[in-house]
Design a protein around this ligand. Sequence first.
Ligand SMILES: [Zn+2]
Length: 263
Amino acid sequence: MRIGAHVDSTDPLAEAAARAADAVQFFLSDPQGWKAPKPREDAERLRAAGVDIYVHAPYVINVATLNNRIRIPSRKLLLGHADAAATVGAKGLIVHGGHVNAGDDLAVGFDNWRKTFAYAAESGGFRVPVLIENTAGGENACARRLDALARLWDAVGEFEVGFCLDTCHAHAGGEELLGLVDRVKAITGRIDLVHANNSKGAFGSGQDRHDNLDGGTIDPDLVVALIRAAGAPVVVETPGGATGQAADIAFLREQLGVEQRPA
Ligand SMILES: [Zn+2]
């Protein structure tokens, strides 16, 4: 069981060491911006490291939207990130499920997801596995509630698509964590990564506000049970910098009875 953290992108391996993490996730560009990722000087070091690497795509990406001015650059940015993620040996590229605007037909949003993979396949496919992550808020989201997730997977299931389950987003999004792994796997057939976060927002609040595992509105035992059921690598995206995240990682290792992977 590999357990790590979302860290600053300047020196991810130093951040991993500071947290005793087996895995790190980071951004390759400004998460709120549209700039393509720049080549990293430490790419070879990252590839060779014993630490598993995950890349989180920018938040601005929304391949589902009916708005061409967002959707087209989103596809391009996602493809560019997959290329860049491959250069650092990433095991996956995490991207939010996205949404359509109020009044727009969600069915078109799911089909836009299908086209994203179909167009990528024409040029050889994404160079790293793309993991679609469930989101916390909005009424027109593609991957907030499981009924939407099922429709999304109907659209993209013919492609090799991964799934990242975020516990804060599920809880705030209105999905009970108890038994959630089975319900998700019945749809996706897989969980490739767990984002283990507590939630400042209440159940069903729609608020995307992460908290440390021993804080927030989720019973941490439920997060532990979910991780055990998922059997997937774990990344915490919790506050408190190296100290806060190291404590969350240590808590999970203790509860799950696993040790840091030897370097
Ligand atoms: Zn997340």
